[in-house]
Design a protein around this ligand. Sequence first.
Ligand SMILES: [Zn+2]
Length: 170
Amino acid sequence: MSTLLLNADMQPVSILPLSIVDWQEAIRYLVLDKIEVVEWHDDWIVHSANWQTRVPAVVMLKDYQKPKHTMRMSKRNIFLRDEYLCQYCGTAVTDQSATLDHVLPVSKGGKTTWENSTTACKPCNYRKAAHVGKFKPKLTPYKPHFWDLAEKRKKRGFHYQHPSWATYLE
Ligand SMILES: [Zn+2]
């Protein structure tokens, strides 16, 4: 479990990936007086030899941080762009079952870029490796706009680690 980090305007500091911090970091910010606690985890108390504290579920930065509207070229962001569908057979995939496929294979000089990376299920990735050139992804890979990708991320939904997160993530 962890803590949702909100900006001074009550919006998450980032969505791609979601701004969450572990409890140690949340406590550290609290000690440094950088945050206000918005919600606490109900039955989660951490102890050391000299102190104990409840762990925040949602915190808000006291100083507004200019949000970074940038996204990394990452496997997860490629899967998100392709809406977790294998671009060869259309099967729905997950972070576990999806593979990142280089449209032009690395062995042929293909690069790991937005424009050369697509989502493939494992069987398609395997089949494609043996038949270079015969397989074309349904969607030509492209670099998405930040807001498009952020919208897709929101649509997929987040795993709430505290019920109050819904308030800030819907
Ligand atoms: Zn497939």
